[in-house]
Design a protein around this ligand. Structure first.
Ligand code: ZN
Length: 237
């Protein structure tokens, strides 16, 4: 990935493991002065995510903004914003979407498209063309807005629609969870991962049973790296 030296980067920071790793990737590629983090208050059930994002940005020493968009909560129908929808519990973790091609209930339709569009609008103000997002095509979930083709098409739309030469970077796109953990270690992001939030149940320490917890645990196990979040939780208790 060639990030280039011109302009700065806006990292979509959810407070999770992947976006935190991307923030440290951007620090390496663009430097602290040319990196900013952006989070969205979209009515997510687990407010702990935003607190995690705030602490990660603080630790990384970058500017951090939170944009409020409550439309997704109004739409409902998914497990992340609608409390009437149950979160998935393993062992569904390793399974592709259902045989009928259905998407998991944690899919929030349009979320990454909207987030990247707002991030572009925010970046436009400072003429920063780089947008960094922690999506991965290799993810178990098969979210269609995490795919390379979706990002390239959106990138083109943003360029045309705002007349700025946006580049959407997805440094984790082709990485497995194990490789993502290894990248985090290489980037010096492990200490920040202690503050990240992954659990679908919003638990801290994490529940260890939901699909998100299982996937995270597997990545660390396969990389042979202890999860700093669990180490921190042990120390705190
Ligand atoms: Zn969990």
């Amino acid at each position: 990935v060639s990030a280039g030296a011109s302009g700065g980067a806006v990292v979509l920071l959810s407070g999770g493991q992947d976006s935190t790793t991307c923030l440290y990737w951007a620090l390496r590629e663009f430097g602290r002065e040319r990196t900013a983090a952006l989070s969205f208050d979209y009515g997510q059930r687990h407010r702990v995510e935003l607190e995690a994002a705030r602490r990660v940005a603080e630790l990384a020493g970058v500017e951090h903004a939170v944009l409020c968009i409550d439309t997704f909560a109004q739409l409902g129908g998914n497990a992340l914003t609608d409390s009437a929808v149950a979160v998935p519990i393993g062992p569904s973790v390793a399974e592709p979407p259902g045989a009928g091609g259905e998407l998991p209930i944690t899919f929030v339709p349009g979320r990454n498209l909207i987030f990247l569009t707002f991030a572009a609008a925010w970046a436009y103000g400072r003429r920063w063309p780089h947008l960094v997002v922690g999506v991965a095509q290799t993810d178990y979930s098969g979210y269609p807005d995490c795919r390379e083709g979706t990002l390239r098409a959106l990138e083109q739309s943003l360029r045309l629609g705002m007349e700025l030469d946006f580049q959407v970077h997805a440094p984790l796109m082709q990485l497995s969870k194990r490789q993502t953990v290894e990248l985090a270690r290489e980037l010096g992001a492990l200490s920040a991962l202690a503050y990240t939030h992954t659990c679908y149940n919003g638990a801290r320490p994490p529940c260890g049973r939901c699909a998100a917890c299982e996937l995270r645990a597997r990545g660390f196990r396969e990389a042979g790296v202890p999860d700093p979040l669990l180490a921190a939780a042990c120390k705190a208790s």
